[in-house]
Design a protein around this ligand. Structure first.
Ligand code: MN
Length: 150
């Protein structure tokens, strides 16, 4: 997912090895699904390494840089899930209605272990966004999701 380690170990002025692109130009799946489960939340999903990395946002996704939202990391979902809308039946995990709140593509600007800067090209969210892990230990799944100031 990240070339940070690879790049750290090499001086590309001195080695003929490829440096790799500074920024990815590849466009990947971006989707946010509104999920009216036991608690209404928004599931942010990004296509990374062939799956949809997922975070649950207890509050509506941020559209201005002043708003920072908690994003709780959840399990990876298959890429096909990006198109899913429907009602998960009572008794099943996540029972409730799922609708697509926003969708489009994103490309990675910066990728580190606990930090991701992405350029989102959606209908509602647009521009550079940051995902940064803020929780450690027992709260390791907690991230913040916010729009980057220009
Ligand atoms: Mn959900």
């Amino acid at each position: 997912m990240s070339l940070v380690e690879y790049k750290k170990k090499r001086n590309f002025q001195s080695t003929p090895e490829p440096e790799g692109k500074k920024e990815s130009t590849q466009k990947k799946i971006y989707v946010i699904q509104q999920h009216d489960a036991s608690h209404l939340h928004w599931d942010l999903r990004l296509e990374i390494d062939g799956a949809l990395k997922s975070w649950a946002l207890p509050k509506p996704p941020p559209t201005d840089p002043a708003t920072k939202r908690l994003a709780v990391e959840t399990e990876d979902h298959p890429t096909e899930y990006a198109e899913f809308e429907g009602t998960i039946p009572v008794g099943q995990y996540g029972a409730g209605k799922v609708t697509i709140w926003d969708s489009g593509t994103f490309r990675t600007i910066e990728s580190e272990k606990d930090k991701l800067i992405i350029d989102i090209n959606g209908q509602k969210l647009n521009g550079a966004y940051v995902l940064i892990r803020t929780g450690f230990g027992g709260r390791k799944k907690n991230w913040l999701f916010f729009k980057k100031k220009n």
